[in-house]
Design a binder for this molecule. Structure first.
Ligand code: MSP
Length: 479
């Protein structure tokens, strides 16, 4: 059985989930659904990134211990994804003991191999990004352009990782493995960054920081949160044990463009230094903005996904987010577009064709009773859809479904079965359209698992359309 291991970034817990985070989750969940339908052995990992300075600062502000704060927030993230019916296999928390043991083991292994050394770090640190900065990255040489906050000046003794040593290896790997970074434009950005800039060794520990995972042989230092967080992709499959042996390196990391340097440069370097194979692909997606601004608590423009999914269902939000921006590009979230997408694409398109066929069949006493098929059988007839799905171009796959739905409706309008008298002729038309809709219902299944199953049951004569209204129109006034 072929393997498909998909990961999302683990989320910082100083914030609650917003629709940008939901976008990442829906992408991963849809890919997992698709590969499950294709009979792959799928493992889907997500979780929370808890050992950061942000956690400490937020807990202080709320006047609770970082431990209690983490418990509360991790359960908020977990419950949100559960309510949105995201079918992950494991939810990892970086505060888990098992994770910290694995992080310490890998740190020690790289130290023993000679790629970690002690030195003085003097420079700037942005807690928002959890990243060491150079003056040229900053506004007025001190303000983070993303978080609009002044960076902290740090001067302390740290452990450093010999990142500079890996530049050539990473460059070669990216060039020799066209599937390593997807899409192409993002790959080119990383390549030109690597080709034009020198790679500096990086600090991978912090001094006297009593939150986080201690350096295994030096209690006065904790491991840098990105070094710790990236390793969740291994600890989440119990490295180096059975699950790791099954799923690594059949790994696809799905990430937002904001964290591509960490995943495309730092992470592969850590893996090579630890003697571990590199993941198969890193899929980098774009960002949803609200009125052109990054979504964040500090800008007070974040939209809670549950507000939408409680009213209209999680799959509707998934469909809208995935259909509105093509993979890798940025897009603007608009509630008006959400209604348009659901009503035009689903209710007036696939839903309408299904209703027309079923109503006409009932009226003429015709039984729609198609032979059941499997996803892989259907997929063979739609190579274009398969190519789009394979590179996470869900927006393209949705357009393909929409165009097919439109042409079924057009055919019904041209053939006008309601004007015919001969039952056999009517039957031929309806069965032909039902068969086309049946195929489409499979193509919709990674996006709308429950609704698609219902459509399949209706078309194979196992469910009455009236018992299950599919894709009703949604009302804008209800928000
Ligand atoms: N904790 C780190 C990741 C460590 S992974 C080893 C982190 N967390 S985060 O919570 O700030 O963001 C995680 C991810 O959320 C981003 O990479 C991106 O996938 C997603 N998004 C956050 N805001 C988003 C949008 N506005 N739009 C789309 N995705 C967004 O970075």
């Amino acid at each position: 059985m072929q393997k498909f291991y998909i990961t999302t970034p683990i989320f910082y817990i100083n914030d609650t989930p917003h629709i940008g985070h939901a976008y990442t989750m829906f992408l991963a969940d849809t890919a997992a659904n698709y590969y499950r339908l294709r009979d792959y052995d799928v493992y889907f990992l997500t979780g929370t990134d808890e050992n950061s300075q942000k956690t400490l600062e937020r807990a202080k502000k709320d006047n609770i211990t970082p431990y209690d704060f983490s418990e509360k927030m991790a359960s908020n993230w977990f419950e949100t994804w559960k309510k949105m019916n995201i079918k992950f296999n494991r939810f990892i928390r970086t505060s888990e003991k098992q994770h910290s043991i694995i992080v310490q083991n890998i740190f020690k292994k790289i130290y023993d191999n000679g790629d970690i050394y002690k030195n003085i770090y003097k420079g700037l640190y942005c807690t928002g990004c959890e990243e060491f900065k150079t003056q040229k990255d900053l506004i007025d040489e001190k303000i983070c352009p993303l978080h609009k906050k002044e960076c902290k000046e740090i001067c302390e003794e740290n452990y450093f990782f010999k990142l500079s040593k890996y530049k050539k290896k990473i460059l070669n790997h990216i060039k020799n493995n066209p599937e390593f970074i997807i899409p192409e434009e993002k790959k080119n950005e990383i390549l030109s960054m690597l080709e034009s800039e020198s790679l500096q060794d990086i600090s991978i520990s912090r001094q006297n920081n009593n939150w986080g995972i201690p350096v295994p042989f030096d209690d006065s230092q904790t491991i840098y949160v990105w070094f710790d967080a990236l390793i969740n992709y291994l600890s989440g499959i119990d490295y180096p044990n059975e699950k790791y042996k099954i799923f690594w390196p059949e790994t696809r990391h799905l990430i937002g463009k904001d964290i591509s340097k960490f995943h495309c440069i730092m992470w592969p370097s850590i893996l090579i230094a630890a003697g571990i194979k590199l993941p198969k692909s890193i899929f980098i997606h774009g960002f949803f903005t609200i009125e052109g601004e990054k979504m964040s608590k500090s800008l007070n423009n974040a939209i809670n996904p549950l507000k939408i999914t409680d009213k209209y269902g999680a799959n509707s939000l998934r469909y809208y987010l995935l259909s509105d921006i093509s993979f890798g590009n940025d897009g603007n979230f608009s509630i008006k577009r959400f209604f348009e997408r659901i009503n035009n694409d689903l209710s007036d398109n696939f839903g309408n064709a299904l209703r027309r066929v079923c109503v006409l069949a009932k009226k003429n006493n015709i039984e729609i009773n198609l032979v059941q098929k499997k996803f892989n059988e259907i997929l063979k007839n739609h190579p274009e859809y398969q190519n789009l799905m394979d590179c996470f171009n869900f927006c393209g796959a949705i357009s393909y479904i929409r165009e097919n739905g439109t042409s079924i409706n057009q055919l019904i309008s041209i053939e006008k079965p309601w004007e015919l008298k001969n039952k056999k002729e009517i039957e031929n038309i309806l069965i032909d359209k039902a068969a086309k809709l049946y195929e489409l219902s499979f193509l919709l299944e990674p996006f709308f698992p429950e609704e698609s199953k219902k459509a399949q049951n209706i078309l194979t004569g196992n469910l009455d359309l009236e018992d299950s209204i599919l894709f009703p129109k949604i009302e804008m006034s209800a928000t």
